[in-house]
Design a protein around this ligand. Structure first.
Ligand code: UDX
Ligand code: UDX
Ligand code: ADP
Length: 486
């Protein structure tokens, strides 16, 4: 036990670091928490009225602690030097060039953070890996830290974060489990594990705090995300079969999920999964399998991403074939751009691939999302897509086609007015309660709805007069006929 107030510093004030540290500060008044980042605008935003990320409940937590025991700062080195526990929560994107391009994690930010910790430390520290990093990164980091040994002891722990965006605060308040991996085989390692356990024990029941060796903790995070993504790809593959045969995927997934061995959660068919974790973590897993001479295992997991890509392509194809095989010059309203509801995050959102698919068929897009700023959408749409399956290749999009053919508006009604079709790409609650009669009246006929998230009431919309496509649901006769012609 440390006698003075424990000091925590977290490097990286992003989607993981920000909310996690805010909750630690709230639940542990005796701990001083500093969140540092190299980005000046990010830190400025954390210290302002408008936080840099949208997350339900986050504002309240930050307001309660900020300036008391929670601080956001650009003084990275000073805060690291003073800390007892340093969390590293920097970004670990997929490498886009060199060895392992398209699959392996880019550890540039992690490595530079580790080197900086080694340089500025004057006292012993526990260094906690929070970012998702491929198995055995902790070992590499340990090497960096202990190599510059100045008689300082570094204990490395892996403490992967399982929060999901949009529910980060409730997930942190009430986690299914907290996972702490460390050097269980050494007394120093055990002590470090206990120190971090004491932090979480302020609010997490002891039986939910799992302690493992380093590699188990790192691999568990990749495995958990791979299993979750696999459930979605499994149900999405069924959605294609349902459309072909007349089954209803919602009925199928309900019936399947009722089996307690399978469980009801995470079985919603969709236009595809997105987010910063699933694809990246599976690609990491694939790379690790390949490096360990396990191509069969690598291919098994690759298939989860392939089905996800297929689902997005399938959605675009369905739309085009249903609209007489041409959408050139037609206005298409895009409702929702973030990768799921209740977040403004667009990393790997299926909306990017769907919009680019529609643009390549020369549609005119009018996009509305309650939380994603226009600049972010434009940036996402114009960033060349990196093909994980064929590293090095990118799909070209004409720059001017984006600026010319994309309009961003401030409401669903504005987006849908005069549009030939509506695509729902994020399950924002407000899309469920729109006045669809009013929307229908303001659209040229036939008016289409392509629901990529199964949020609309299909029967009601068909009564209004819409031609409705809903993932995995029995097809409108119209859609069936058009698919047969195509
Ligand atoms: C995920 C993990 O859930 C979390 O534990 C981990 O720490 C980080 O990665 P996140 O990416 O924030 O969290 O969101 P999540 O709720 O898992 O959704 C991921 C994607 O899957 C979203 O695009 C979502 O719309 C989609 N999804 C989810 C479905 O298509 N169907 C479902 O049934 C559930
Ligand atoms: C299965 C289904 O469980 C049942 O609902 C359906 O009606 C018929 O098919 P069964 O084949 O009798 O039943 O046994 P089950 O318990 O599902 O096991 C199937 C195989 O999976 C067995 O070889 C079992 O050893 C194996 N198994 C099961 C595992 O290897 N690991 C597990 O975690 C569970
Ligand atoms: P995540 O979703 O994993 O939290 P983010 O990209 O939202 O990822 O956050 C990572 C943060 O880490 C970014 O704000 C980035 O500026 C910050 N960062 C990256 N490298 C360093 C570093 N060496 N020192 C401090 N902050 C860093």
């Amino acid at each position: 036990q440390l006698t003075t107030m424990v000091k925590i510093c977290c490097i990286g004030a992003g989607y993981v670091g920000g909310p996690t540290m805010a909750v630690i500060a709230l639940k542990c008044p005796s701990i001083n928490v500093a969140v540092v980042d190299i980005s000046v605008p990010r830190i400025t935003a954390w210290n302002s009225e408008t936080l840099p990320i949208y997350e339900p409940g986050l504002d309240e937590v930050v307001k309660k602690c900020r300036g008391k025991n929670l601080f956001f700062s650009n003084e990275v080195e000073k805060n690291v030097a003073e800390a007892d526990i340093v969390f590293v929560s920097v970004n670990t994107p997929t490498k886009t060039s060199g060895l392992g391009a398209g699959k392996a994690a880019d550890l540039t930010y992690w490595e530079s953070a580790a080197r900086m910790i080694a340089d500025v430390s004057k006292s012993s520290k526990i260094v906690v890996e929070k970012s998702t990093v491929p198995v055995k990164t902790a070992e590499a980091i340990e090497k960096i830290l202990t190599h510059n040994n100045k008689g300082i002891e570094f204990q490395i722990l892996s403490n992967p974060e399982f929060l999901a965006e949009g529910t980060a605060i409730t997930d942190l308040f009430n986690p299914d489990r907290v996972l702490i991996g460390g050097r269980e085989e050494t007394p120093g390692g055990l002590k470090a594990i206990q120190t971090l356990k004491d932090v979480y024990a302020h609010w997490v029941p002891e039986e939910r705090i799992l302690c493992t060796n380093l590699w188990s903790a790192e691999l568990s995070k990749l495995a958990a995300n791979a299993f979750l993504a696999q459930r979605i790809s499994s149900v999405n593959s069924m959605s294609a079969l349902c459309e072909a045969t007349g089954a209803n995927v919602s009925q199928v997934s309900y019936a399947v999920g009722k089996d307690s061995r399978i469980g009801p959660k995470f079985l919603n068919a969709s236009v595809g999964f997105g987010g910063s974790c699933f694809q990246k973590d599976i690609l990491n897993l694939v790379y690790i399998c390949e490096c360990n001479g396990l191509p069969e295992v690598a291919n098994y997991w690759k298939q989860v991403i392939k089905i996800n890509d297929y689902q997005k392509v399938r959605f675009v194809n369905r739309l085009v074939t249903s609209m007489f095989n041409t959408i050139s010059g037609k206005k298409i309203a895009i409702l929702g751009f973030s990768f799921k509801k209740d977040t403004g995050d667009t990393r790997e959102t299926p909306a990017i691939d769907v919009c680019r698919g529609l643009l390549s068929d020369r549609a005119q897009l009018i996009i509305y999302d309650p939380k994603v700023p226009k600049a972010q959408m434009m940036k996402d749409l114009s960033t060349p897509k990196f093909e994980w399956d064929q590293p090095g290749s990118t799909v070209p999009v004409a720059e001017d086609s984006i600026t010319k053919n994309v309009t961003v508006v401030h409401s669903a009604y504005e987006a849908t007015k005069d549009s030939h079709a509506i695509c729902i790409l994020t399950e924002w609650d407000e899309f469920k309660s729109l006045d669809y009669q009013k929307i229908y009246d303001n659209m040229p006929k036939p008016a289409y709805v392509f629901d990529g998230r199964n949020v609309v009431d299909v029967t009601k919309l068909r009564q209004i007069g819409f031609i409705v496509y809903s993932i995995g649901k029995p097809l409108d006769p119209w859609l069936k006929d058009m698919a047969a012609i195509a």
